[in-house]
Every structure is written in C-alpha cells, then in structure tokens.
Design a protein around this ligand. Structure first.
Ligand code: SF4
Length: 353
C-alpha cells in the first residue's frame, strides 16, 4: 500500500472527532481554519461552535456589526483575524453572491486567506490536489524522509512542499492533508513521538538512524547581543520628566528616552550615583535612589537588560533644557515618539498618572 493510502487509513481509525471534519461547507471549514491559526484545538472548539450558532452562514456574518463579531471572538486574541473575517464575508457577498468559494484561485483573492488556508479549503471542499504545509507536515516529512534543512528555511519549505505535492492523491486530497497534519499533531509529536506504535517505523529515516530528536533541524538560533541600559527616572512635581533624544547610528534613533547610562554589565545604585549623567543632572542636589525596577526587552538582534533608577530629592535646581533634552509632563500623552521599552516602563511602573 502506498504512503497516501496508509496515512489515510491511519487517519480514518485515529482521527479526533472534531466538528469541522464532518463538513465540506467551505464557509465552516474557513471558520475553523481561521480560528485554529493561532489557537489550540481544545480552546478553539468552543469558539467554533459559538461562532457558527451566531453566524451560521456567510450572509449572516456579512450583515453583523464588527462589534458583534468581536464579542464572539472575545478572549481568543489576534483580533485582526475577526476583523478580516468580517471584511471577507462582505467581500464574498459582493463578489460571489454570498456563495463561499471553494476553488484555490478565488480563495486566494480574498482578504486574510493565504496559500495555506486556500490549499486547505480547496482540497477539503473543492477536491483540488493542493498540499498544505504547516509545522506538523514539516516535522513528519523531515523525519520520515530525512530532510535536514532548518525549519523555516526556503530550502526546507521547497523540499517539503515538493514531497507533499508528489504524494497527495487525486482522490480525497483533503483527507490526505488532514491525515498528515493529524499524524504530526498526535503521533509524530515534537517531543516523545509514539515511534513504538508507528506504522512507518520500519521505513522512517529518523527512526532507523536514531535521529528522531534531531529532526526536523531547528531554526538557527538568533545570536543576540546583550546590552545594559540604566535609566534615571527623575520626576518633577511641577514640570514632568527629563527626556533625551537618542542620536547616532543605533537603535531608537531620534526617539526620546529617560537619561541613560549604558554599561557593559549590571550596576549598583552606588555606581549609578558616580556616573556622568548623575553628576551632570543631580550632583548639586540631595537626590537619592529610592528603588530600582528591572525590565527585559527583546529586539531582533539585541537583548536589552534595562534598570530604571527611581530618584527622589528634597530640592533640585536644573539647568535650562537644551535641544537634546526636554522636560515633559507625561511623555505618553505628549506625542513625542518614545521607544517601546520606555513606554512599557512608564505604563507599568505606576510612577506617572
Ligand atoms: S517512527 Fe517516530 S519519528 Fe518516524 S514517523 Fe513514526 S512517530 Fe514519527
């Protein structure tokens, strides 16, 4: 028996009993696909059922208000999915007279539907032999056929897609797609796959070569440089906060932030009071650090370890602000652009109103 028949047989015996597997209505399959995009099956199931009770067909969804759609979506997160669905429903009514399309080309033309979703719907509902490639499919094929390309690389996507395209049958292509994904989700799992009960054990490349925990090859870890940014939070009851404009060829260029002392490792309160920025702003005052608050902030190539030093004082005389330095009431309301880290600190520290 060939691969596609074997995995479809496995699927027929082992598949989880889920409502979207009992329909070929492209609207309902679409709803399930969008809900499951960033949601676990057990969490998404309840939302799927409630969504279809409230919006049983695309016309009802199109007629609803956006608030209605968002209400049903409440708690699921990634609300742009709900807004896109609402928009798409109106598009389907306008362009397709309310009949949700099931062919790949028309589906791709709709907002919020990409290659993966169009392939899933058109294979399940339109019987088109369009392979779907998701994380489960990549894992199963990498292990079964010995693909060593890192997950997410163009080469890995191409190889897996080509293999799936070669194996997908003309008959019941939707079952084939769902079978591979289900096999990845419940049998060939990321950790502790059930190799001992696996129907492909005797031919599986990873199993035979003792590479099950090595395949698929993980995405190359991004190497991040760690930086230690130490900020002074100096509140002025009458005036506000001091902010500096960042300059130079660095992150957050031209954005405004609290007075900064960057170091190569974490510093103590005493070390901060000896820094040039402290000397510049606070040396003639009786200022002290009340407490420190630490934040971690991850950028693509940098890990920022920020320490905010909350300063208090009895009296303070400050030179007039120059072009690089501003005193501003509430930076979050001022419209001055601030880095996300500064914004997070100001929102979470409870220091300003
Ligand atoms: S033998 Fe193990 S690794 Fe290979 S396909 Fe089966 S479950 Fe996956």
């Amino acid at each position: 028996m060939d691969f596609s028949n074997r995995i479809k047989n496995w699927y027929n015996i082992n598949k989880r009993d889920l409502p979207w597997r009992k329909t070929k209505d492209p609207y309902k399959v679409w709803v399930s696909e969008i809900i499951l995009q960033q949601t676990r099956v057990d969490q998404g199931l309840d939302y799927y059922l409630r969504f279809l009770v409230r919006f049983p067909d695309v016309a009802t969804l199109a007629k609803a208000s956006e608030e209605d759609v968002l209400m049903i979506w409440k708690g699921l997160g990634y609300y742009s999915r709900a807004r896109n669905m609402h928009f798409t429903a109106r598009e389907v009514v306008a362009k397709h007279k309310g009949r949700f399309p099931s062919d790949f080309v028309s589906l791709l033309d709709l907002k919020g539907i990409g290659n993966y979703t169009a392939a899933a719907i058109s294979s399940i509902c339109g019987n088109e032999s369009r392979p779907v490639v998701d994380g489960n499919v990549i894992r199963v094929f990498s292990r079964l056929f010995g693909f060593h390309e890192p997950v997410g690389s163009t080469q890995s996507n191409k190889l897996v897609y080509a293999k799936a395209n070669e194996l997908i049958p003309a008959k019941d292509p939707g079952d084939f797609n769902q079978a591979v994904m289900e096999f990845g989700a419940t049998q060939c799992k990321p950790v502790n796959p059930a190799c001992n009960e696996c129907i492909f054990r005797s031919s599986c490349y990873a199993y035979k070569n003792d590479l099950v925990d090595k395949l698929p090859v993980k995405k190359k870890e991004i190497v991040r440089r760690t930086r230690f940014l130490n900020y002074l939070y100096i509140p002025f009851p009458e005036k506000g906060l001091i902010l500096y404009k960042r300059t130079g060829n660095d992150i957050w260029e031209n954005l405004w932030e609290l007075p900064l002392y960057e170091t190569s490792e974490p510093i103590t309160i005493e070390e901060m009071t000896q820094s040039a920025i402290w000397q510049d702003l606070l040396t003639n005052s009786n200022a002290r650090v009340e407490r420190t608050i630490d934040f971690k902030h991850v950028l693509t190539h940098q890990l920022i370890k920020a320490r905010f030093f909350i300063v208090s004082y009895e009296s303070l005389i400050l030179a007039e602000p120059d072009l690089k330095r501003w005193i501003i009431d509430n930076p979050l309301k001022s419209g001055l652009p601030v880095p996300r880290l500064t914004e997070r600190f100001l929102q979470e520290c409870g220091c300003i109103g």
